[in-house]
Ligand binder design. Sequence first.
Ligand code: FAD
Ligand code: SF4
Length: 349
Amino acid sequence: MTKPVLIVGGGPAGLSAAHALASAGQKVVLVEKEDRLGGAPILDGYAKLVPSHEWAKDAIGAMVDRVQGREGVDVRLNAQVQSFDGEPGAFTATLKDGTKIEAGSTILTTGFTHFDSVNKPEWGFGTYPDVVTTVQVEQMISSGKGIRCPSDGRVPDRVAILLCVGSRDRQIGREWCSKICCTVSANIAMEIRELSPKTNVYIYYMDIRTFGLYEGDYYWASQEVHKVKYIKARIAEVTSDGKRLLVKGEDTLIKRPVSIPFDMVVHAIGMDPNVDNMTISSVFGVDLNKYGYIAKQSTYAHLAETNRPGVFVAGAATGPETIDDSIAQGQAAAMAALNFKPAGKVAAE
Ligand SMILES: Cc1cc2nc3c(=O)[nH]c(=O)nc-3n(C[C@H](O)[C@H](O)[C@H](O)COP(=O)(O)OP(=O)(O)OC[C@H]3O[C@@H](n4cnc5c(N)ncnc54)[C@H](O)[C@@H]3O)c2cc1C
Ligand code: SF4
């Protein structure tokens, strides 16, 4: 294809697609709305990643480095597509600054939006400063400052991590499982224990979904090696007794009410559809699924296709995904875009 492939979104999925296409000699234009590439792991300052234990800034930073400045890859930061016209093999994307980009095909790798915990007010976020999210804890760890209560900077004696915040919750319209947060939470719990051995960490759960090989390396290792404690519970509310936070609910194993004091409470937040998805749907003419993620055309036969010929999708734009799956999907979308032949043409020009 002589025309470039337009990739929208510079996270792990978009970076992987760009690298795969550039390696095949295909020109790429990569449009990213923020001022940096890297997606959530870089923009939100994640610490050590599951499952490689590499720092996000190193692992995803290396993906950025092999794309940025590379011949054949035209990176546009602080940019968004305002309109998208034409037909497969001959699309024109107009950016918000008026710049026009000619593209043979497009890959949407626009990712997800972190669940905003203010939508779960009964669990204390926004009311108590020491109720934080997993993203905030990732940032504390990656900044090198360690685990500290935001209210007064003390190192907490007791931390509770509450799973499924903004996931598996029909009452707030989010019935999906965000897939990675059980494992990420076990990983964070182990990191807290390593950074501060005096800190006791409790994980409150409905079910544990440390899927596949993560069961041994995270679920069991967090308990057996790092002495993290798990409580199967239905949480009613997070309040305060004036000194410490109180997590109140029912222990569903012993079927008794429990109220336990903590210094810090962490919401393991889920992966919402990208807040831009309504706009992306209308600009690119792609369908969303019933949850609000970009709809995949088919799971097996036409991997990465959307309903619009020549427009592909990969990564967390399609639903909660891990980084390694997002990378794999980015490569699959790159292959689909590379082999794409508009109807009636022998090869896309
Ligand atoms: C707290 C937390 C920790 C996690 N830790 C791990 C982990 O350790 N291991 C793991 O496998 N997974 C982890 N994940 C999941 C991981 O964040 C995702 O798998 C990954 O970010 C998905 O990559 P992506 O490229 O599809 O999307 P994203 O990372 O969301 O990247 C999308 C990119 O597109 C850009 N964009 C969005 N909209 C537009 C637009 N309209 N125009 C232009 N650009 C746009 C965004 O700015 C962003 O750069 C974690 C998730 C959470 C919530
Ligand atoms: S991965 Fe675990 S914490 Fe995340 S939504 Fe699924 S069950 Fe809940």
